[in-house]
Design a protein around this ligand. Structure first.
Ligand SMILES: Cc1cc2nc3c(=O)[nH]c(=O)nc-3n(C[C@H](O)[C@H](O)[C@H](O)COP(=O)(O)OP(=O)(O)OC[C@H]3O[C@@H](n4cnc5c(N)ncnc54)[C@H](O)[C@@H]3O)c2cc1C
Length: 416
C-alpha cells in the first residue's frame, strides 16, 4: 500500500475502507539471520537499512512493548546538525541529509519541518564559542548564520532581551534545523522494514542472550528461544541491563529526562529556541502546544518519570527567557530513560562477543540520529566494518582515552 494524494481522495470517496494495517503481526520464527533487540527508532531504522541497503531480509525486531513505546515516542522532536567535534560533526551531517529525503524514501509523512533552530548566547565568551561552532558547521558543509542581538529580535521578538541576569547578546541560527513528528518516524521505518520482509515482533521481551564459545547463537525471549548468528542490542535506556545478559558492563548509565507540553496555542513560535544560560529548549508543535524540556534529573534511574527539582529548574529557565510563557497552562509532562555515555557521544560497534553488536549512548540527542544510526549500524552488521561517518563511535574509547567530549554533559559515573 502506498500513500499518495490520489489514494487519499479515493479512500475519502469510498468510506476509508481500503486502508490496511501498516505492518504485519507475525509469530516469531525459530531462526533468523539477524535479530535486533529493541523496536525504537534506532532498531527500526537499522532493520530498514539492513533490508534496503544490504538485501538482508530474514530479520526480526524484538520489542518488549509496542513499537514507539520508548524514547522514540517521548522526545521533544528536535532535529539538527550543529555538532562541533570531528566524529559527531560528519555523523549528524549525514543524518540531516537522510532526514531531508526521508518522507519520499519511506513514502510516509514524518512531518519533518526545517523551521530553523536558534541557539542563544548571553556573553562575549559564549559568542566566541558559537562562532567556532558555526565555522565548524560550515566547514562540514552545513549551514550556520551568526545573529547579533537585533538579528535575534527579528526572529524572536517576544524574548526578554534585557533580562538583568542573562541579557541576550545574539544567537547562532541553523536554518536547516527543526522538528519532525516522532511517532511517525517510528511508524514509517516500521512500515518500510515490514514491506521488505522484516518481522516486527511486539510484546516480546528478550530475557537472555545465548553465547557458545564466545559467539552469539541467539536469544531467550518471553515468546521462546530464537536463534541468530547476529544480534544487535539497540535498547537505549535499557542498554546496561540487556548487555549484562551477555556478561558485559557498558560505560552507560540510565537517567531520566523530562519534557513538558502546554495547552494548544495559536502559532507563536516558529523556530526551535535554545537558551544559553541553562538547559532549556522549546518549539511549538503542529497542534499548538509549546513543547519544552531541560536537563536530565542527574540521578541514575529506570523510572520513566522525573522529579520536581528539575521541573522547577526548567520552568524558571523558561520564565527567564520568555516571561509570557507563564500565562500558558502546562498540559502534561513525561519522562524517558536516557542511555548516558560519559562523554556525551554514542557507541556503534562490535562487542567482544562474536556476532553481538551494540548501538547505544545516545544521551539526550538520539532522535535526530535515527536515520544515520540505522544506516551505520546496518553497514556494520552487514559488512563487519564501521561506516566512515561512525568510525569514532567505538566501545573501547573510554579505555584508550579517545573520547569525544562533545557537550560535557555525559553522565557522571559512580566509581564504585
Ligand atoms: C524527554 C525526552 C526528550 C528528548 N528530546 C530529544 C530531541 O529533541 N532531539 C533528539 O535528537 N533526541 C531527543 N531525545 C533522545 C531520543 O529520544 C533518544 O536518544 C532515542 O529515541 C533513543 O533511541 P530509540 O528511539 O531507539 O529508543 P527507544 O524508543 O527507547 O527504543 C528502545 C526500545 O527497546 C525496547 N527494549 C528494552 N529492553 C528490551 C528487551 N529486553 N527486549 C526487547 N525490547 C526491549 C524498549 O521497549 C524500547 O522500545 C529525547 C529523549 C527524551 C526522553
Amino acid at each position: 500500500m502506498t500513500f499518495s494524494a490520489f489514494r487519499i481522495l479515493k479512500e475519502g470517496l469510498t468510506g476509508n475502507t481500503g486502508w490496511k494495517p501498516h505492518w504485519r503481526d507475525p509469530a516469531p520464527k525459530q531462526d533468523y539471520d539477524a535479530i535486533i533487540i529493541g523496536g525504537g527508532g534506532h532498531g527500526l531504522s537499522t532493520a530498514y537499512y539492513l533490508a534496503k541497503n544490504h538485501g538482508l531480509t530474514n530479520i526480526a525486531v524484538l520489542e518488549k512493548g509496542y513499537i514507539g513505546s520508548g524514547n522514540i515516542g517521548r522526545n521533544t522532536t528536535i532535529v539538527r546538525a550543529n555538532y562541533f567535534l570531528p566524529g559527531n560533526s560528519e555523523f549528524y551531517s549525514h543524518s540531516l541529509k537522510l532526514w531531508e529525503g526521508l518522507e519520499s524514501e519511506l513514502n510516509y509523512n514524518v512531518m519533518h519541518s526545517q523551521r530553523g533552530l536558534i541557539n542563544l548566547f548571553h556573553s562575549d565568551g559564549q559568542r566566541d564559542a558559537f562562532v567556532r561552532r558555526g565555522n565548524s558547521m560550515i566547514n562540514q558543509g552545513d549551514d550556520a548564520i551568526l545573529l547579533d542581538r537585533d538579528g535575534v529580535r527579528q526572529h524572536l521578538p517576544y524574548l526578554d532581551f534585557d533580562n538583568t541576569r542573562f541579557p541576550i547578546f545574539g544567537g547562532l541560527l541553523h536554518p536547516r534545523g527543526g522538528t519532525a513528528r516522532h511517532d511517525a518516524v517510528a511508524w514509517g521505518y516500521a512500515r518500510g522494514a515490514d514491506q521488505r520482509g522484516v518481522d516486527l515482533i511486539q510484546n516480546c521481551e528478550v530475557t537472555g542472550i545465548d553465547i557458545v564459545d564466545g559467539k552469539v547463537t541467539g536469544v531467550q525471549t518471553t515468546r521462546g528461544a530464537i536463534k541468530a548468528k547476529k544480534v544487535a542490542i539497540i535498547v537505549a535506556g535499557r542498554s546496561g541491563q540487556v548487555a549484562a545478559m551477555a556478561g558485559m558492563r557498558l560505560p552507560i548509565e540510565s537517567h531520566v529526562l523530562q519534557a513538558f507540553v502546554t495547552e494548544g496555542l495559536k502559532p507563536i513560535i516558529n523556530h526551535v529556541v535554545s537558551f544559553g544560560m541553562g538547559h532549556f529548549y522549546m518549539s511549538q508543535s503542529d497542534k499548538g502546544g509549546l513543547v519544552f524540556g531541560g536537563d536530565i534529573d542527574f540521578y541514575a534511574s529506570y523510572a520513566s518519570r522525573g522529579n520536581l527539582p528539575m521541573v522547577v529548574h526548567v520552568m524558571e529557565a523558561g520564565m527567564t527567557l520568555m516571561p509570557m510563557i507563564g500565562r500558558a497552562k502546562v498540559l502534561r509532562s513525561w519522562g524517558g530513560i536516557m542511555d548516558m555515555s560519559p562523554d556525551g557521544s554514542p557507541v556503534i560497534d562490535k562487542t567482544p562477543v562474536e556476532g553481538l553488536f551494540v548501538d547505544a549512548g545516545w544521551n539526550y540527542g538520539g532522535f535526530k540520529a535515527v536515520p544515520a544510526s540505522g544506516w551505520c549500524m546496518a553497514h556494520l552488521m552487514a559488512t563487519g566494518e564501521s561506516h566512515e561517518v561512525a568510525k569514532r563511535f567505538r566501545l573501547d574509547r573510554f579505555r584508550t582515552g579517545e573520547v569525544m567530549d562533545e557537550e560535557g554533559t555525559g553522565s557522571q559515573h559512580n566509581l564504585h
